[in-house]
Design a binder for this molecule. Sequence first.
Ligand code: DGY
Length: 274
Amino acid sequence: VQREMSSLPRVYITRQIPPEGLKILSESGQVQFDLWDSDDVPVPRKELLQKVKGVDALLCVLTEKIDAELLDAAGPNLRVLSTMSVGFDHLSLEELKKRSVTSDLLPLVYGVNGEYGTTEIWYGDMGNMVLLRYSCVVLSPSLPPVSMDELASQSDFLTVCCALTPETKDICNKDLFSKMKKTSIFINTSRGGVVHQEDLYEALSSGQIAGAGLDVTVPEPLPTSHPLFTLNNCVILPHIASASYTTRNAMSALAANNLLLGLKGQPMIKELKL
Ligand code: DGY
């Protein structure tokens, strides 16, 4: 028996996500969805607060702040949140935790596209993928992580892949840069907030480190008048490290599948444990 569209769980998608994810949702026959139909600009907050009213699930990207205001606007039907990102610093974990506990319905579950290491930063999923690409080595998660000091003083390239959390905010600061080799390159593809930008500017302009490659900054986009742009040993990209058709399609498929599993009350492929 074909279910009436109106009885299907409602989903709001905050961006024109790549086709693979939309196909999965459409072909599932499990949900009805509405989306912000633009690839260029994020959905205006006012429109978002309006659109999430009463939805069962939300598929968002990192430009949307998922906070108390948004969760209140969505209301008690919301039970699945899936973000098309590895990072989760746009989600207010405290609010989500509070609501999972108090929800009368299914617990609210959240899907993220992968996992950053947390305290074992250097042996997390993302760190391992970087190593695999550049040196064909995979570190076992059971290996003890090295200290930050050791990492700083021995690395020729220091690549940051951790999530931005209260614990990791500004961890790349003058203390770290001062321990790096003068010939070392600093790379950040995670979140701008893990770097103390003024300290990085100092380290680069004084020759404390040789260079930096940044895909992420605070704010984004970084104003062109920012001092970091005046340096010839700093390359800055506008947060595009994942912007290939293949990767973004895979991310949208994972976000869609996570969402469908969450609605069925099944474990997600990648689930953020609160
Ligand atoms: C992520 O997945 O968190 C990236 O920063 C977005 O491409």
